[in-house]
Design a protein around this ligand. Structure first.
Ligand code: ARG
Length: 463
């Protein structure tokens, strides 16, 4: 018989059991469910709501069930619907009537909210740690490539020279924002809902603060209806995960382009590439492509969650059982992608010569040539026109700006002097951009220092 079977004359249809059951995907919250029940049982005993000995018996048996699950000795049943009732059923099988006292003053509605919050708190910390590892890797790569000149792009057209360190540190900024968002989401996830009951609280004198403290939450929820029906924290996490995937997919896209023959800026390690079943010469950046592709399913989870919650009346509705597969899949995807991406990056070879040549071609120093004229007194608009003409000449004659003789320079403007060559070298172009946030070595080094300080101070935990 079902734990709630008293009011029913007939068993549920087998198909409905299968349809209704969530054990297939909520079993992963077994630990949170048991820890939550242990805290609840202890509190019931402490408050004299159930006899102290019963509370102790419940806690002990729950502890044993936890160990048995972890030892692989427990199997769950679809009949018992979800992880909450599976565990309660096992408890009752083991300790009989005492087990039946556990659910006093509690509903599965506040129980599932509690379990999910606890599970997501732990997962959020895990994702944050994976991001930290990736960002540390970027910091170390940036230090190694502080002088590696490469072309910066806008519209995927060569724009101005930068360094690979500057490019990597751009991604560090994104990942630090991701870490910051996770910490913020954690803050709103660490709200303890138990005591909300089914929707209207309970008549028993529960000690909500005790449960809150015992389970490592920051504060108790302030409204019983909201306590059981809020899933903002799930959606927020899905949004955080989506942005992480946006960042990983942009980075992946660049690495895919860079490893093409046309760019040849980087080469993936053999261990992070795959071949073709027909074309013997191929070495494909499958890992980066798959990460780019997997971003879609995480965005899908976010959309699924928003759509599932939209228009739901208060308080709990069974629709909300659909939250778990979405957020679990998004979490699984991100926790799968992050370490693979980090290792792919650290094992990748950088072709510095090719990057530098890439920076030299395509007139990336044209702005600096114009700035040179401005520094000699010419108005910027005029300098822009002079260099525009000069670039056109270079294109016609298949030359780069630095290849021109001083006579050729003079034919465009007599303001040019011999020092033009130094002024438009790749190094000068990069070093000249020394404002905070710029690509010059000192500026990038201070960004790196700030990033290291952020990573050192970072922790995602309750307040
Ligand atoms: N398995 C359910 C879920 O995930 C637990 C809560 C069920 N509550 C209920 N009143 N049917 O949402």
């Amino acid at each position: 018989m079902k734990l709630w079977g008293g009011r029913f004359q007939k068993d549920t249809d087998k198909a409905v059991d299968d349809f209704n059951s969530s054990i297939r995907f909520d079993a992963r919250m077994y630990k949170e469910d048991i820890l939550g029940s242990m805290a609840h049982a202890e509190m019931l005993g402490k408050q004299g709501i159930i006899p102290k000995e019963d509370a102790e018996k419940l806690v002990k048996s729950l502890q044993e069930i936890l160990q048995d699950i972890e030892a692989g000795k427990v199997s769950f049943s679809v009949d018992a619907e979800d992880i909450h009732m599976n565990i309660e059923k096992i408890l009752i099988e083991r300790i009989g009537d005492t087990g039946k006292r556990l659910h006093t003053g509690r509903s599965r509605n506040d129980q599932v909210a509690l379990d999910l919050r606890m599970y997501l708190m732990e997962q959020t910390v895990q994702v944050a740690n994976l991001l930290k590892t990736l960002t540390l890797q970027l910091v170390s790569l940036s230090k190694a490539h502080i002088d590696t000149v490469m072309p910066g792009y806008t519209h995927l057209q060569k724009a101005q020279p930068i360094t690979l360190a500057h490019h990597f540190m751009a991604y560090s900024q994104m990942f630090m924002r991701d870490m910051d968002r996770l910490r913020d989401t954690y803050r709103r996830t660490a709200i303890m809902p138990l005591g909300s009951g089914a929707l209207a609280g309970t008549t028993y004198p529960l000690d909500r603060e005790f449960v809150c403290e015992t389970l490592g939450f920051s504060a108790i929820s302030q409204n019983s209806l909201d306590g059981v029906s809020d899933r903002d924290f799930v959606i927020e996490l899905a949004a955080d995960l989506s942005l992480i995937m946006v960042h990983l997919s942009r980075f992946s896209e660049e690495l895919i382009l860079w490893s093409s023959h046309e760019f040849s800026f980087v080469e993936m390690d053999d261990a992070y590439s795959t071949g073709s079943s027909i074309m013997p010469q191929k070495k494909n950046p499958d890992v980066a492509e798959l990460i780019r592709g997997k971003s879609g399913r995480v965005f899908g989870s976010l959309m699924g969650l928003l759509t599932m919650m939209k228009g739901l009346p208060l308080a709990y509705n069974k629709d909300m059982q659909e939250d778990k597969e979405q957020i679990f899949d998004a979490l699984d995807t991100v926790t799968l992608c992050l370490p693979v991406f980090t290792n792919m990056l650290s094992s990748m070879r950088v072709n510095k010569v090719q990057m530098r040549n890439g920076a030299r071609g395509g007139f990336t120093n044209a702005t600096d040539a114009a700035d040179y004229l401005v520094k000699k007194g010419m108005p910027f608009r005029e300098a822009h026109a002079v260099i525009g003409n000069l670039v056109f000449y270079c294109i016609q004659n298949e030359k780069s700006i630095d290849d021109l003789t001083i006579e050729e320079f003079h034919s465009f403007s007599t303001v040019f002097d011999k020092d033009i060559y130094d002024a438009i070298s790749m190094e000068a172009c990069v070093e000249g951009r020394s404002l905070p946030g710029g690509p010059a070595k000192a500026a990038v080094l201070s960004t790196i220092a700030a990033c290291e300080a952020f990573l050192n101070a970072y922790h995602c935990s309750r307040e």
